[in-house]
Design a protein around this ligand. Structure first.
Ligand SMILES: Cc1cc2nc3c(=O)[nH]c(=O)nc-3n(C[C@H](O)[C@H](O)[C@H](O)COP(=O)(O)OP(=O)(O)OC[C@H]3O[C@@H](n4cnc5c(N)ncnc54)[C@H](O)[C@@H]3O)c2cc1C
Length: 387
């Protein structure tokens, strides 16, 4: 039994994608080995230098058009890179958020002038991107956000607070959701691109102390009479923010799906190695039928999850992926990730509970996947609407 050996469908089985896969593996072996990963967790963030090296190596701005300094590739390339980060147990490096969640807002909604200003820096790693929707009193229910943006001459004055923001420490270009019209519900929400080193009234909270994903910089953000130039309103028109968020969330859900998938593959691989080595009752753990059955179940679930992920990825590339199907992908793959990693950890026995074993880190890291990017319950709401 191989840990995972599902052949790639033709649309993802190209020479170029193989080259990217090998280049990503080399980069991650050099820059995201066990020593680096332990340091990220200890200090609560990936080194700024690693981001720049990723930019130099061509791993940032993969789907940013070439005219703005990117590689002009499609989501398949993002998917492969994300999967390799998972397989190499390096997902604390929130490169997928920068590349495949936030950059697409700029690519798809920014005016030409805004693209020329912001995309080249995002492709080199000179700027790191974040998106700030969630607030202390509004996460799932985004229409309930309290952050306001009031037009004042050639500026907007933004007041409010965001929380749980990934890349919150390093990001210097943050897409912030705020209400430009408190009475207009979803149509009153706009997105602003905040250049953090050019505005006053912006501050970051401390690094939040998390259960897992300790190497990701997650912070609160505060806006106190923060004056943002009017030309930083994303797309240049007020009231379109909620629609932009709803349109981009299906891709974000696949990004999370690919991360979860990469982690599943890593978990299966380390577990299979372990049970083949570990001796008990005159043989290895793998000789026990329970171990084989558990891993057979895990492999089946992983194969089903990945097959569906390929399907959704193809739909996304063809611009046919709807919100309900993307939600099914996020729901199924992240719930499957939790089940598989839990079963795998069990097969490690006491060693599975020791932090020096990657399976225990995966167990902790995986927990957030069923919460962020829309919690499992919200995925069910969206799926139910399609019934
Ligand atoms: C590690 C981490 C990183 C994050 N990064 C970012 C980021 O970069 N940017 C950003 O904007 N946000 C980020 N988030 C926030 C994340 O998106 C929210 O935590 C998530 O959307 C849930 O919102 P909440 O925490 O306010 O929970 P709540 O909305 O208060 O939900 C609490 C519980 O109630 C359930 N619930 C809520 N409404 C319903 C309903 N109608 N029916 C049934 N159940 C319901 C939820 O599913 C959940 O189980 C991050 C969160 C974490 C943990």
């Amino acid at each position: 039994m191989a840990a995972f050996d599902l052949p790639r469908p033709a649309f993802m089985d190209t020479e170029e994608l193989r080259l990217l896969e090998h280049a990503a593996d080399r980069f991650l072996d050099e820059q995201a080995g066990p020593v680096e990963r332990a340091r990220w967790r200890a200090v609560g963030a990936v080194d700024r230098a690693t981001w720049r090296k990723a930019g130099e190596a061509g791993f940032l701005g993969i789907s940013v058009p070439e005219a703005y300094g990117g590689a002009g590739a499609d989501f398949r390339y993002e998917a492969i890179l994300i999967e390799r980060l998972g397989i190499k147990h390096a997902l604390n490096f929130a490169l997928p958020l920068h590349n495949a969640v936030v950059a697409p807002y700029l690519v798809d909604y920014a005016t030409e002038q805004q693209k020329l200003r912001w995309l080249p820096g995002a492709a080199t790693g000179e700027t790191i991107l974040a998106v700030a929707m969630s607030e202390p009193a509004a996460g799932s229910d985004l229409q309930g956000i309290k952050t306001t943006a009031r037009r004042d001459g050639e500026h907007y004055v933004i007041n409010g607070q965001k929380t749980f923001i990934s890349n919150g420490l390093h990001a210097s270009l943050i897409i912030v959701a705020a209400k430009t019209d408190a009475a207009a519900g979803a149509r009153g929400i706009s997105l602003f691109v905040v250049e953090t080193d050019k505005v006053e009234g912006f501050s970051r909270g401390r690094l939040l102390d998390k259960l897992g994903q300790e190497g990701r910089d997650t912070t609160e953000l505060f806006f106190s009479d923060m004056r943002v130039p009017a030309e930083n309103l994303l797309g240049g028109v007020e009231g379109r923010g909620f629609r932009m968020l709803m349109e981009k969330l299906p891709q974000e859900r696949l990004v999370i799906g690919w991360q979860a998938m990469g982690m599943i593959e890593a978990a299966l691989a380390v577990t299979l190695d372990y049970v083949r080595e570990r001796r008990a009752f005159g043989g290895t753990l793998f000789d026990l039928q329970n171990t084989q059955f558990k891993l057979a179940e895990c492999k089946t679930l992983a194969t089903v999850a990945k097959t569906f992920l390929y399907h959704c990825t193809e739909e996304l590339i063809q611009k046919k992926l709807d919100a309900a199907t993307a939600s099914m992908a996020k729901l199924f793959i992240t719930e499957t990730q939790a089940k598989i990693i839990d079963e795998c950890l069990q097969l490690f026995g006491g060693y599975g509970y020791m932090l020096e074993y990657p399976i225990s880190e995966m167990y902790k890291d995986a927990r957030a996947y069923r919460i962020y990017g829309g919690a499992s319950e919200i995925m069910k709401l969206l799926i139910a609407r399609s019934l």
